[in-house]
Design a protein around this ligand. Sequence first.
Ligand SMILES: [Zn+2]
Ligand SMILES: [Zn+2]
Length: 440
Amino acid sequence: MIEESGKRRRTMAEKRQLFMEMRAQNFDVIRLSTYRTACKLRFVQKRCNLHLVDIWNMIEAFRDNGLNTLDHNTEINVSRLETIISSIYYQLNKRLPSTHQISVEQSISLLLNFMVAAYDSEGHGKLTVFSVKAMLATMCGGKILDKLRYIFSQISDSNGLMIFTKFDQFLREVLKLPTAVFEGPSFGYTEHSVRTCFPQQKKITLNMFLDTLMADPPPQCLVWLPLMHRLAHVENVFHPVECSYCHCESMMGFRYRCQQCHNYQLCQSCFWRGHASGPHSNQHQMKEHSSWKSPAKKLSHAISRSLGCVPSREPPRPLFPEQPEKPLDLAHIVFLFSVLLPCCASPTGGRGWHRDASGKQTPCAGTAALGEARSGGVGWAWLREGSGAKVFPLPQTSKLGEFSPLPGLLNSLTDQTHVSPSRAGKGKGQSRCLTLGVVL
Ligand SMILES: [Zn+2]
Ligand SMILES: [Zn+2]
């Protein structure tokens, strides 16, 4: 009894801890609400070590904990949520090198308290499955494209079309994040939120969904989400440029250049706070830079471009088939994993194929079952790596038992240096584990 109330007291202190630390960062002096919100959520993400958990790992964690078999509206209690969060962090530590282990207990406590504050503000002690999925899939690491594809798989029908009421429900959940960091006035949910994203009620496919949410600018209510990803991307970008306001010799992150004043450049901290000096005013238009090129490099780039050697634009995102994205209906893949590989002892699903650094391939004990179990479905190869996983298509006619398309696939991966936590049992970790799923 005494122990329990002690535990509760500690939890209360820890609940305040994250918000107190966030306040100490003084994000509220950032004038622009989009940057302020993105900075706060990026802070929460990093403090809870969610940036180390890739979206694919997160999806696996949902499966490992049986969330894929539950209806979105099913309520789970806080102790089950704690179990889910624990498994996410224990799995994360297995993937991390021994020198970079995280404090599992602290991460669990911080994240659990944040989720409860954000999603159970009335203190019912319960969250819906969809709340948990939407929150964790938004706040984890990984590419925004992959996150949005996963989210679309959760809110679309069997014809591959978005269900508006489900998208509305997603917005309701995801906009609790800015609200939790006190940015509800700018980014809280309203009944008009859906309309601001998709003004016309029409059939929304995956490609249209991605085009809209990844547009520049994105829909107003979600503008902080791609920014949070860009923040993560530029965090370690170094600019050997002096800030015209604070005169620090160089800057990290974004750099802003005034479009009116000659060579007036601000670091992100000064720009976000609205600082201005001399003839420059914070009403001037500024251009955001997320990289720095030396003048010499710039010149050679300009020459190559004039010779047509360098594409002037970033390549567009991949186009996905209009038909339902079966491979992304991970509930199916996931379900079959466990059916196909009942003998598998690994906590995260199937066995497959190991290839060591010298190129030697060793099938795991579970592979034989794959060949037998396959019957005309569309095959997908699922490659697990330390910080994430990738899904590759296999031709429909391929026999998984023969692994015919796989040697090429494996060869294409040998250049990568990342090594997964080995289940090959050699202890050196010099292998990758490939597991296969079939979508019926
Ligand atoms: Zn500055
Ligand atoms: Zn200016």
